[in-house]
Design a protein around this ligand. Structure first.
Ligand code: MF3
Ligand code: CO
Ligand code: CO
Length: 274
């Protein structure tokens, strides 16, 4: 459970963006690394025939064994460690009895709490051999995140991040999901500011050293519209087109950006066989 003191609660009400000091960066490095290690651990587990709730159990045990907490367990009644979102599922897919099949592309999203700090990251996994168009979507999505990261520096606006992502994605004839965004993060899971993955350069709060947030673009091969399934969580593309996502937790530094959730094994972009 995240520790929320009065100052934090006040900032959530007012939308003020917190500025963190050096010890907070240390905390976020530990949380980010564990989250990335959890996704690294899952790389060989994502195979044709794997049941998504078994992946969730592996992740829960991994996080608890490390002495950390899965942030999504009991978050607003969610009840799982991972979100697992295959194919046309945009985000917040719920682990269950579903089996992953050859050719699926799937996003796995994990958030861990280490000493009160949240590390939030997601990546795409290919199940066996994947079609060329699915691989292209995954590549566009990773590059979209890279474009967003490149826009992060003191003095830039939050809107510069979304503008960079949108310009790149639309030039690739894909679309950016509008209904979900990145978020401030730290001792609070979802905090100010909202990080939209589309928008206008030069708008939004000004980035300052010590701000922590996620960038987590969702990119569709078809149109951007999504709909929510009856379970209240699972978001899917309205036109049933394929969707991909990836997410890093970052901090603004004096000179640019620090990525807290980089893969220690260099696996952030898991190989997707074609
Ligand atoms: N990890 C997601 C994010 O990137 C949040 C999932 S909330 C849950 O913000 F409850 F669905 F798990
Ligand atoms: Co997030
Ligand atoms: Co996440």
């Amino acid at each position: 459970m995240a520790f929320v003191d009065d100052a934090l609660e006040a900032s959530m009400r007012t939308g003020a963006v917190k500025l963190h000091a050096a010890e907070a960066f240390e905390g976020m490095r530990r949380a980010g690394q564990l989250a990335a290690e959890c996704l690294d651990m899952l790389v060989p587990e994502v195979r044709p025939g794997v049941v998504t709730e078994d992946l969730d159990r592996l992740a829960r045990e991994f996080v608890l064994d490390a002495g950390a907490l899965p942030a999504c367990l009991f978050y607003k009644g969610y009840g799982h460690t991972l979100c697992i979102s295959p194919n046309h599922v945009v985000c917040h897919g719920i682990p269950g009895p579903r089996t992953l099949r050859e050719g699926d592309i799937v996003n796995i999203d994990v958030t861990v709490i280490v000493d009160g700090w949240h590390g939030d990251t997601s990546r795409m996994y290919g199940v066996g051999e994947v079609s060329a168009r699915a691989r292209r979507l995954v590549d566009v999505t990773y590059e979209a995140l890279a474009q967003g990261l490149a826009a992060v520096k003191p003095g830039a606006g939050v809107g510069d991040i979304g503008a960079a992502i949108q310009a790149y994605v639309e030039a690739q004839r894909c679309s950016v999901v509008r209904d979900f965004c990145g978020h401030g993060v730290g001792r609070v899971f979802h905090d100010a500011p909202n990080i939209l993955h589309y928008g206008r350069a030069g708008t939004g709060p000004v980035l300052k050293p010590g701000m922590f947030f996620t960038i987590e673009p969702m990119v569709n091969l078809g149109k951007h519209q999504v709909k929510l399934l009856a379970d209240g969580w699972t978001a899917v593309t309205r036109d049933k087109s394929l969707s991909a996502q990836c997410e890093h937790t970052v901090g603004v530094t004096e000179t640019g950006v620090e990525v807290f959730t980089a893969s220690p094994a260099g696996l952030f972009k898991p190989p997707i066989a074609g």
